[in-house]
Design a protein around this ligand. Structure first.
Ligand code: CTP
Length: 400
């Protein structure tokens, strides 16, 4: 009963995922919450008000004015009543209203007038979800302070497969519980995370690099910080916005710079996560002037870069936890376990580079986590934020 006495306003909009709002409502009620549903008219094409009203034990509100009873549904009162406004599923249409301040139904008016925190669980087809206008709207509502629960990946109602499924009700419940009862298991702990790619110059305008976006490392940073840790980031060149009010950020370009920054911070850290995709090699000599084509072959001579995880693993104290990543295309388990050993990690997170929706650039990931002692945990394909929570649980186990 983690949500005892909490008042949750659940918004439902027009999406096939609205049938899952019934399950979500039941989970919230079972956890002790009071639930009031507000639905758009098109939501009620997907799920009946009777189902939702029976599960929530309250009538579902949809119109400003109930013609049959003559009742006026006051959106201001609804907004003031709630401790949390959770919109699940959130359609692209309602998202756009939220981003623009549109107010042509009870749910949108409630959004504008509520004073409580807002959590949004978008659901739509994969191409809609990736459309620049939807991405821009999601960023906009996030900038208002709304918490966006990334859509999950899998089969979609259209028959296509990809990211766009509403976060599963069980995962939404976890987010709601975490919101009301924030775990602070890393309070007072210092966490260092390397993230993003490195760039190794060939000449003043070209470099060797890789596709790392830094998303997994940043999801971990947010998760550790939410649980009380002081998080320092050593970030290669990423396009992600890193919130410098929440994290100490050191920006670097090359592997050598990343190593120097991480080495100087290492001794004071309790947990170090090596999430960066460090370039293993760099050109032996970066040309001072731009390399000109001469119509012939060009041979690049590459020399190995420092391995941060390996070098810092040598100086790891018994109190420090080191977490590594392994991105493999073959003999995945054997390679991951050999990295665990060689780099003195306490746990290693294995991503497969060969599966859909996994690894670089994606918002989702599917991992296997191997502990030094031999334990193993396997995840489903989940958003990187949920994967981050899972990794934190394993770090706690490794530290205990
Ligand atoms: N790593 C690092 N410094 C490097 C290379 C890797 O700190 N120069 C870290 C990564 O951040 C990751 C782990 O080591 O946590 C494994 O990285 P990966 O690229 O999979 O392994 P490599 O050692 O580069 O092995 P290989 O290229 O043979 O797969």
């Amino acid at each position: 009963m983690n949500l005892q006495g909490k008042r949750i306003l659940v918004g439902v909009t027009g999406s096939i995922a609205a049938y899952k709002t019934a399950i979500l409502t039941r989970l919230l009620i079972k956890s002790g919450a009071e639930v009031q549903l507000v639905a758009t008219t098109s939501a009620l094409d997907f799920i009946t008000p009777l189902t939702l009203a029976t599960l929530s034990k309250r009538p579902v509100l949809s119109a400003f004015f109930e013609k049959t009873s003559g009742q006026w549904n006051n959106h201001v009162e609804l907004g003031l009543w709630a401790d949390l406004f959770l919109v699940a599923p959130l359609s692209a249409n309602t998202l756009s209203k939220f981003a623009q301040g549109g107010c042509d139904n009870l749910l949108a008016a409630t959004y504008l007038s509520c004073r409580c925190p807002v959590m949004l669980a978008p659901a739509m087809d994969l191409d809609m979800y990736q459309h620049p206008s939807v991405r821009a709207n999601l960023e906009k509502v996030a900038s208002f302070g709304n918490s966006v629960l990334d859509a999950e990946t899998g089969e979609l109602a259209s028959g296509l497969s990809g990211q766009g499924r509403m976060m599963e009700p069980e995962h939404i419940l976890e987010q709601v519980i975490q919101f009301f009862n924030p775990k602070k298991d890393f309070l007072g702990k210092k966490v260092l995370i390397t993230l993003g790619p490195t760039q190794e110059a060939l000449d003043p305008v070209r470099f060797l690099s890789n596709h790392s976006s830094g998303k997994m490392g940043y999801a971990l940073a947010k998760a550790f910080e939410a649980q009380g840790a002081a998080v320092t980031l050593v970030a290669g060149p990423v396009s992600l916005k890193l919130d410098e009010s929440r994290f100490e950020v050191h920006r670097v370009t090359t592997a050598a710079e990343m190593f120097e920054a991480a080495k100087s911070l290492h001794a004071q850290m309790d947990v170090v996560v090596f999430a960066a995709a460090v370039a293993d090699f760099r050109p032996e000599n970066a040309a001072v002037q731009k390399i000109k084509k001469a119509g012939e072959e060009l041979t690049l001579r590459l020399v190995p870069n420092v391995d941060l995880a390996f070098e810092l693993g040598k100086t790891k104290s018994t109190k420090q936890i080191h977490v590594g990543f392994a991105l493999e295309t073959e003999q995945e388990e054997a390679n991951a376990k050999s990295k665990l050993e060689r780099k003195n990690f306490d746990l290693v997170v294995l991503n497969s580079a060969t599966e859909d929706g996994v690894g670089f650039k994606h918002d989702t990931n599917q991992v296997r986590i191997f502990h030094k002692g031999g334990n193993e945990v396997q995840s489903a394909l989940l958003s990187k934020d949920v994967i981050a929570e899972l990794i934190l649980e394993e770090v706690k186990k490794a530290a205990s």
